[in-house]
Design a protein. Structure first.
Length: 291
């Protein structure tokens, strides 16, 4: 398995050079890129897409610092304007595949959200939004990885499986985020993992529990409302070894099942706490001997 760190926590706060320097302090030379990690070339640039950003300059910096890109993450499904126009969304996702090719990434992490908010997937709408990028990815050898979220049609493992089977492409897989399934009140491990194992191409590592400020939980690591059986609580994101989700079990099964892809540490906290999380979480996964 290969270890990388998500640049999301630093997006819009640190420039890419500072972000790479920060990540390298933890002995990591691979980053998951987000739109906000790349310098905009214009004033009015969408925070969730790559159009209007200086991709060549980002590539130059990555090369200078000896960094690889695990994946390009594209969050335009959360952008109301882009996701309301399926042709516009399809173009943004296709461009993210182009960016991945330029930056040398094999994966594009993306989302469903506004494309299908109900628990039952709107397959026609999803297919229209993602098929052009999927066909392009098939030609370029890049894998589109749909990440599960707690507030859309991917909130249940069954919903995710339905989408993956409907897409029926070797280049359309899933990002497995056990804590996002927990946020949706689902059994993230072992059930969701076992159900989706043939489709897992990319893994996000974070942990969660119910937000309880009376127990000292900082608002800086408070997430969105939970769904399913855990609603209407809010999720809290503690460092990786300190949450409810069985991350030891997830990592052990990935190793046992021969997973050789990326595991991405993604601190869900404010930038000022990010380095504390990175210190704890990189030490935690290395102590297990998988990286």
């Amino acid at each position: 398995m290969k270890l990388a760190i998500s640049g999301q926590v630093f997006a819009g706060t640190l420039n890419l050079e500072h972000t790479l320097k920060t990540i390298s302090k933890y002995g990591i030379d691979t980053i998951e890129i987000w739109p906000g990690n790349i310098t905009p070339l214009e004033e009015d640039v969408c925070p969730d897409a790559y159009e209007g950003r200086d991709i060549p300059a980002a590539k130059k910096l990555l090369d200078e610092y000896g960094f690889k890109v695990s994946a390009v993450s594209m969050s335009a499904a959360f952008h109301k304007v882009i996701s309301a126009d399926l042709d516009k969304y399809a173009a943004a996702l296709l461009y993210a595949v182009e960016v991945a090719k330029t930056l040398g990434a094999q994966y594009v992490n993306h989302y469903c959200y506004n494309l299908s908010l109900e628990i039952s997937p709107d397959l026609e709408r999803i297919k229209k939004a993602v098929t052009p990028a999927t066909r392009f990815a098939e030609k370029e050898g890049i894998i589109l990885c749909l990440e599960n979220e707690a507030h859309d049609a991917t909130q249940t493992p069954e919903g995710m499986l339905h989408i993956l089977q409907a897409m029926d492409s070797p280049n359309f897989k899933t990002t497995f985020d056990a804590t996002n399934y927990y946020q949706a009140g689902q059994e993230s491990f072992p059930y969701a993992y076992d159900l989706l194992k043939p489709y897992i191409a990319y893994v996000h590592l974070k942990n969660g529990c119910v937000y309880r400020p009376e127990l000292g939980h900082s608002e800086k690591s408070k997430g969105a409302v939970m769904t399913g059986s855990l609603a209407p609580n809010y999720i809290y994101y503690p460092p990786l070894p300190e949450g409810t989700v069985n991350m030891d079990g997830v990592l052990a099964r990935l190793e046992k099942d021969g997973y050789t892809g990326f595991c991405i540490i993604e601190p869900h906290t404010k930038p000022e706490l990010a380095e504390h999380y990175l210190q704890v979480e990189t030490a935690y996964v290395r102590e297990r001997g998988y990286f």
